[in-house]
Design a binder for this molecule. Structure first.
Ligand SMILES: C[S@@+](CC[C@H](N)C(=O)[O-])C[C@H]1O[C@@H](n2cnc3c(N)ncnc32)[C@H](O)[C@@H]1O
Length: 222
């Protein structure tokens, strides 16, 4: 699928390597996230428009920077979070314990095969994960997200984007020579895939923070 003027670079960190790569990043990830990703994550939650009491799933919670805020906004709802990397989940559990509700579960899980019934969730949030995945897997994972959302359920994705200014392209340049330094993340362009997966009312926003480019994608399950 043609997704942008510049092609998406190949994924270089395989799924089997991800827990090891992110185990080494768990202790410092929050510094990176607060410096370069916090604005996009805040925009994600604005778009998500959580109503307290909803069923919410966050896939790839990482250290729980967004999951913590989901819990603050949805203390009476059902909150499920999963990640492939136990070391990242440990950090997420520490934040969740301070969020003021016990209505949540955090567990190891895989975005490719979600352990939930069809049409379970009102909202699915997934931040900075597709930028790790092979482009040829985007459709498969989005189909899985679609499956667990209720009709009318909302999807909000945040990812590293392809830089729209020259100074934001430095990050893909670093990835080319040292993919693990970028946690395996490179710029992606998800909107055509989200539309092809059958989501409607799609919106895309681009922003850069400390030169780091992100896109925020919104869609609704038809
Ligand atoms: C760049 S971090 C982002 C963490 C968090 N979403 C955030 O925005 O701070 C990527 C996370 O995706 C997780 N991940 C990668 N592939 C995954 C998969 N197939 N299923 C679940 N989690 C995955 C990694 O373990 C890692 O915690």
């Amino acid at each position: 699928m043609t997704t942008s003027h510049t092609p998406i670079l190949p994924a270089k960190v395989g799924k089997e390597q991800i827990p090891l790569v992110y185990k080494s990043k768990a202790a410092v990830y929050d510094y990176w996230g607060r410096l370069t990703e916090s604005k996009a994550q805040a925009r994600c939650l604005e778009l998500a428009h959580i109503q307290n009491g909803e069923a919410v799933l966050e896939v790839a919670v990482g250290t729980g920077l967004t999951f913590q805020r989901i819990l603050q906004q949805n203390p009476h709802g059902r909150n499920e979070g999963l990640d492939l990397t136990e070391a990242m989940l440990d950090k997420a559990r520490q934040k969740a314990a301070a969020a003021g509700t016990t209505n949540y579960r955090l567990q190891v899980g895989d975005a490719y095969a979600l352990d939930f019934a069809d049409a379970t969730f009102d909202l699915l949030v997934n931040n900075y994960m597709f930028d790790l995945l092979p482009e040829e897997h985007f459709g498969q994972v989005l189909a899985e997200f679609n499956r667990v959302l209720k009709p009318g359920g909302r999807l909000v994705l945040v990812n590293m984007a392809k830089g729209e200014r020259w100074y934001s392209q430095i990050w893909d340049a670093i990835y080319r020579v040292q993919p693990a330094a970028m946690g395996g993340c490179r710029g992606v362009a998800l909107l055509p895939y989200v539309q092809a997966a059958g989501f409607g009312q799609t919106q895309r926003y681009y922003l850069s923070q400390m030169t780091f480019p992100s896109e925020i994608i919104y869609g609704v399950k038809k």
